[in-house]
Design a protein around this ligand. Structure first.
Ligand code: AP5
Ligand code: ZN
Length: 217
C-alpha cells in the first residue's frame, strides 16, 4: 500500500505511523525525522533545514522533494510506503504525483487525522523525543517512559524538540492551516481521503485507522 498521513502538528502522525507501518509491512517515511537525522549528523542539508524548522516554517520544496524522492526510491519502499509529513503543500503533492506517474504507481489512501487544537497543544507541550532517533516519541503524561528522561527503546536521552516551544508551535499551526490543509482538497478531488478522529487511546486510534484504510480500499 502507498499511504499519505496528514494532520496538524502533534496530531499523532509519527506515533500512529510506527504501528501502521508495522501492521502493513511498509516503511515509515517521515521527512521530519529525515531532517532531524541530518541535523544531528551535521550534514549540509541538516544545516540548511535547521533554521527553517526552528522557526516553524517549511524547508524549501526543492531540497525537501529531492530528499523524499531519494528515500522513496530505496529498495525497501518498492512495494509501498507510509508517508508522514510529506507532501506538505500543493506543489509537493504535485511533485509526488509526477514521481508516482513516472514509476507507474498510485496512492491508495490519504489518511487525515483530526484532532482539536487544544488537544494538539497539550500533546506537543508534553512530548519528549530521543536524542538517538527522533522517531522514539514519548509524552510526560500520556506515554511515560519506564525511567524518567530515558528512551525505552534504546536508552537514549529524552529531550524537548526545539520547535515545540509555544511560539514556534503557533507558527507551525498557522503554516499547517495555510499551506498543508489545501492538500486535503487536492486529494479529495482524487477520491483518496479517509478522515478519522485521532482522539482517544493510541491503540484505539490505530484500530480506527486500520478499519478506515480497509474500508477505503
Ligand atoms: P514534523 O516532524 O513532520 O512535525 P509535525 O508535522 O509538526 O508533526 P509532529 O512531529 O509535531 O507531530 P506528530 O503528528 O507526528 O505527533 P506525535 O506522534 O509526535 O516536521 C517538523 C518540521 O520539519 C516542520 O515544521 C518543517 O520545518 C520540516 N518539514 C518536515 N517535513 C517537511 C516537508 N514535507 N516540507 C517542508 N518542511 C518539512 O505525537 C505528539 C505527542 O502526542 C507525543 O508526545 C505522543 O506521545 C502523544 N500522543 C500521540 N498520540 C496520542 C494519543 N492518542 N493520546 C495521547 N497522546 C498521544
Ligand atoms: Zn531511543
Amino acid at each position: 500500500m502507498r499511504i499519505v498521513l496528514v494532520g496538524p502538528p502533534g496530531a499523532g502522525k509519527g506515533t500512529q505511523a510506527a504501528f501502521l507501518a508495522r501492521n502493513l509491512s511498509i516503511p515509515h517515511i517521515s521527512t521530519g525525522d529525515l531532517f532531524r537525522a541530518n541535523i544531528s549528523q551535521q550534514t549540509e542539508l541538516g544545516k540548511l533545514a535547521k533554521s527553517y524548522m526552528d522557526a516553524g516554517n517549511l524547508v524549501p520544496d526543492e531540497v525537501t522533494i529531492a530528499m523524499a524522492k531519494d528515500r522513496m526510491e530505496q529498495p525497501d519502499a518498492e512495494n509501498g510506503f507510509l508517508l508522514d509529513g510529506f507532501p506538505r503543500n500543493v506543489s509537493q503533492a504535485e511533485a509526488l504525483d509526477e514521481l508516482l506517474e513516472t514509476e507507474n504507481m498510485q496512492l491508495d489512501a490519504v489518511l487525515d487525522l483530526e484532532v482539536p487544537e487544544d488537544e494538539v497543544v497539550k500533546r506537543i507541550a508534553g512530548r519528549r523525543i530521543c536524542r538517538n532517533d527522533s522517531s522514539h516519541v514519548f509524552h510526560v503524561t500520556y506515554k511515560q517512559p519506564a525511567k524518567d528522561g530515558v528512551c525505552d527503546v534504546c536508552g537514549g536521552e529524552l529531550y524537548q524538540r526545539n520547535d515545540d516551544s509555544e511560539e514556534t508551535v503557533r507558527t507551525r499551526l498557522e503554516v499547517y492551516h495555510t499551506q498543508t490543509e489545501p492538500i486535503i482538497d487536492y486529494y479529495k478531488a482524487q477520491g483518496l481521503v479517509v478522515t478519522i478522529s485521532a482522539l482517544g487511546k493510541v491503540e484505539d486510534v490505530t484500530a480506527r485507522a486500520m478499519e478506515a484504510l480497509k474500508r477505503g480500499e
